[in-house]
Design a binder for this molecule. Sequence first.
Ligand SMILES: [Zn+2]
Length: 163
Amino acid sequence: MARKTKPSKFGELIALIIIGAVVHVIYGHLLPTVSWALIALAVFMLWISFFMPTYCDYRTQRNRPCRWRVRGKLRGCGIHARDKRDALWRACRLKNPGTLFRVMWASPDDPPPARPGAGTPNTSLQPAATQQGARDAAVFYCTLVSTVAGVISAIVGVLALTN
Ligand SMILES: [Zn+2]
């Protein structure tokens, strides 16, 4: 009887390597080795960013990493996906353009807005997730660079073949 196990990143990585090896054996002659290396790097970084079984790791209000399981270092759990995206934009020194379309609705429990000249209350609720965002941004940049390099090298290889 098959037992349902949690997805293992090592199992998936080995499967990925086996699939890559089979593809390389069949189509290896079509592209130069450098192109294959760049494509492999691109696939590997995409897997880490969006498919690898891992944890959300968004810093919660208790200053602990979120322990919900997600797929991909750049993705957040159901609760934190949005905050993690915002943190990623912040780490790139940008503002999530999606916030332009966000409307924050007031709750009856909210304190009344401060009157001008009454001083600023020291109740900053900014999520302190810059560190997490910076690490995610590094993964994001690596993914982007390696994917672009892989795609360009594949196109160059195919063009060189057809000429
Ligand atoms: Zn989370």
